[in-house]
Ligand binder design. Sequence first.
Ligand code: SAH
Length: 457
Amino acid sequence: MLKKNDCITITVTDIAHNGSGIGKTKNGFVLFVPGMLIGEIAEVKILKVLKHCAYAKMLSMLQPSPSRQANSCPTAQQCGGCCFHHTTYENECEIKRQLVKNAFYPLGNPSIEILPVIGSEKSSSYRNKMLLPVGTNKNGNPVAGFYRARTHDIIPCNDCVITYPEFFAITDCILEHLTEFKIPPYCEEAHKGILRHIFIRRGEHTGEIMVGLVVNLSKNPETTLHAKELIEKLLFVNQNIVSIAININTKKTNVILGEQTVTVHGKKYLTDTMNGIRFGISLPSFYQVNTPQAERLYQKALDLLGDTYETVFDLYCGIGTITLNLSKKAKKVYGIESCEPAVEDAKMNQQLNGIENVDFICGTAEEEAPKLVRRGIIPDAVVLDPPRSGCEQSLLEMLCEIKPKKIVYISCNPATLARDMKYLIENGYTANEVQPFDLFPRTFHCECVVKLQLKSD
Ligand code: SAH
């Protein structure tokens, strides 16, 4: 029997969905080892044994893969954000293709081809948004960083290679301000202290920066934070900051953002462009983190739609990034989104671009799309771009009843995409291929886009 702290030699034969290497002991017991690649042999130490598997860490590499490279990030070993800094980007894309296949094939449908991953032009300095938890180190000083994998321990970090280097001068400035004015960082266990998270987002094409401070304070946040002095310092550190906001979150929760956001400097929105369309993005709204790659993804979605249409539904539309692109493809487009600030942004973006043939509706796709259908508004094409949990079953059922001739499904989770496609294929649609798009280099996440066509009877 395998025990904690045992040291054994294993060969990695597969990669798990979270990027860990998978190997087996001589008795066939499954081991997960982060940072190992297929074909590699290493001595590993057992950290935790469960009923059907164990977790281990690599002690010494005995036979490295030809695709191994020196870690491209200094904090990669501890930080839970990335998992592929130890391999070439080319191999990472190969692994991701295999991970998408692994999500699809257990569900049947071997006839669906998983195409090679379309890689990102940039595999470092691509992430336009950073959300850092703030805490206190052993010496009592404020720190900001990333969570250690599977914990809420903060690994201080001011050199994350996947985001923009200029973000860290901003976080350093905020941490110094906390020290100067004795503003306590938030402590999760005690639910005490003030600054919970630092939020920074940058417009890829405009260079504009928005800074947000998530605070556990309901009264007078500006006075307690000495916001006036902080604003002055931040604007000195980075002249591209166009918006500084305080987000209030006083709940004992893992949800990062609270419902109220107060702009304390500049605009309420950051602006950026995508495929030539201008967008305003407020702090709580979703905006793809890898802008150039998302532009290619949206273009691919439009190409997959092909024809022009009478009526298109863009479900889970966010700030309208896809919806406004779709306005060229249809007489009328309906964008449905549940996050209220994102819908406000979407309506503003429609005006900003002088687009008239689009309506945005605030509510869930599963409730609002059937309401449109009951009013006799039937789409001949639908774009789906749900969160990781995928689509509600009731929405898929409705789509199979109203039968739009094409559905383009963009997904950030191959497992729920495979599940939802299985239902659509069993209920009237065909699909030949899945196109993975790497929007998140160095992490295990992989976006996919698929065209589903109504079967002709
Ligand atoms: N298509 C957009 C947003 C995709 S992210 C873009 O590319 O930018 C998924 C979006 O779905 C988020 O904006 C989230 O707020 C929204 N969302 C989550 N659950 C939803 C639901 N049940 N109905 C409608 N929108 C939902």
